[in-house]
Design a protein around this ligand. Structure first.
Ligand SMILES: Cc1cc2nc3c(=O)[nH]c(=O)nc-3n(C[C@H](O)[C@H](O)[C@H](O)COP(=O)(O)O)c2cc1C
Length: 387
């Protein structure tokens, strides 16, 4: 008689995040698991996608200045932003429609962000109600506002965000109309049956490249400040003039952003706009930056040029698609550990010790070497004039 065969355990389900060693590894994996329409929605930019490319390339052109023999233990990545302590200067940018990427949608994003100790900025175009997101995890959340057509409904939405524990409001000011998103149009992006955006009714319409949003002016900024106690940040500022005006309007922070290159193609990369904005702000309010942040060295460069923190968009959406909450956490942990390495290799024991002297090249007109100087002008590297 044959001896009984030893039971062979079924193969362990492969961890989809198992081979991911950097943020760039996630995009091809996400492409495999997402419906083509959703992948096109996330990865696409406006028009010819020149700014989409520049957002990444502009970081790559900036060179760093290493330091040796600077004995230190693990660098300290903690920061305090608008009074809130955070594990590192990385936030999850507001992005729409997370249930297109993963069935758990914004609930998974909130859990993943909380596990990584970073703040998550919930979009007005969330596909999950704010109170459900609040119930999913204890992490720090802010709210991104696209004002609604009537002020009273906008006021109630901001009150609902506040009641759901959001600690700041980011008013997106760079989207009076959506950009010419040709890739979305070709992919006929739409929300499938069963997924809706409870607060956002400018629902994507691939047939119309120029979907209108509620028009906004500086008067709306003043009004918004008058109806909430939450700190108000403006998201989508690229010029010194607008940044100075925002400070005069009493905002609590400025987010240098070109909307992930989804609106006006051929505007500069966000990192190229940062020095002008930092000069105009002159330290009055914290500056955040998003657009093309893919490496810990990118975070370091943004800090060196005047940002208090950065936000990431597409990378965590790819993480969400591939691994749900764990995918979001993995993205932040990879970026944070690269930032720690970059701090150590440039001889900085903490984020607070980062200044323009981590850069190899002095921005024009500003010699390096000042202990805490904030440079002005464009960051430049070997070929920065070749945009
Ligand atoms: C799929 C997608 C949806 C987005 N939705 C919003 C949104 O609802 N509100 C907003 O202010 N910005 C939105 N953005 C812009 C992001 O907040 C952020 O500025 C941008 O993604 C940063 O660039 P990155 O993707 O290169 O990191 C979205 C970006 C993407 C990719």
């Amino acid at each position: 008689m044959m001896p009984p065969r030893a039971a062979v355990p079924p193969p362990a389900a492969a961890d989809p995040l198992g081979d991911v060693v950097c943020l760039a590894d996630l995009e091809p994996l996400a492409r495999q698991v997402l419906p083509p329409m959703a992948y096109e929605y996330v990865s696409g930019g406006a028009a010819d996608e020149l700014t989409l490319r520049w957002n990444v390339e502009a970081f790559q052109r900036i060179r760093l200045r290493p330091r040796v023999l600077v004995a230190m233990s693990e660098p300290d990545t903690r920061v305090t932003l608008l009074g809130t302590p955070l594990a590192c200067p990385i936030l999850l940018a507001p992005t729409s429609y997370h249930r297109l990427m993963h069935p758990d949608g914004e609930l998974a994003t909130a859990r993943g962000a909380a596990a990584a100790g970073v703040a998550y900025v919930v979009s007005t175009a969330t596909t999950t109600p704010l109170d459900a997101i609040a119930g999913a995890a204890d992490g720090v959340r802010w709210f991104q506002l696209y004002p609604l057509a009537e002020r009273e409904r906008t006021r109630s939405l901001v009150a609902a965000a506040e009641a759901a524990g959001c600690r700041a409001v980011c008013l997106t000011v760079d989207t009076p109309v959506a950009g010419a998103r040709n890739r979305e149009q070709r992919a006929r992006v739409r929300l499938p049956d069963g997924i809706s955006a409870p607060y956002f009714h400018h629902v994507i319409d691939a047939s119309n490249a120029r979907t209108r949003f509620t028009p906004l002016s500086w008067a709306d900024v003043a009004w918004l400040r008058s109806v909430t106690r939450l700190p108000l940040l403006l998201k989508g500022v690229l010029t010194g003039d607008d940044a100075a005006r925002a400070c005069e309007a009493g905002v609590a922070g400025i987010i240098v952003s070109n909307h992930g290159a989804r609106n006006l193609d051929t505007v500069p990369a966000s990192i190229d706009a940062l020095p002008e904005v930092a000069d105009a702000v002159g330290g009055r309010v914290p500056i955040l930056l998003d657009g093309g942040v893919r490496r810990g060295t990118d975070v370091l460069k943004a800090l060196a040029l005047g940002a208090a923190a950065v936000m990431i968009g597409r990378p965590y959406l790819y993480g969400l698609a591939v691994g749900g909450a764990a995918g979001v956490t993995r993205v932040v942990e990879l970026l944070r550990s690269e930032l720690e390495a970059a701090l150590a290799l440039t001889g900085r024991p903490s984020v607070a010790a980062v200044d323009a002297t981590v850069l190899w090249d002095a921005p024009p007109g500003r010699p390096l070497g000042r202990p805490s100087g904030r440079p002005s002008g464009r960051p430049f590297g070997p070929s920065s004039s070749e945009q």
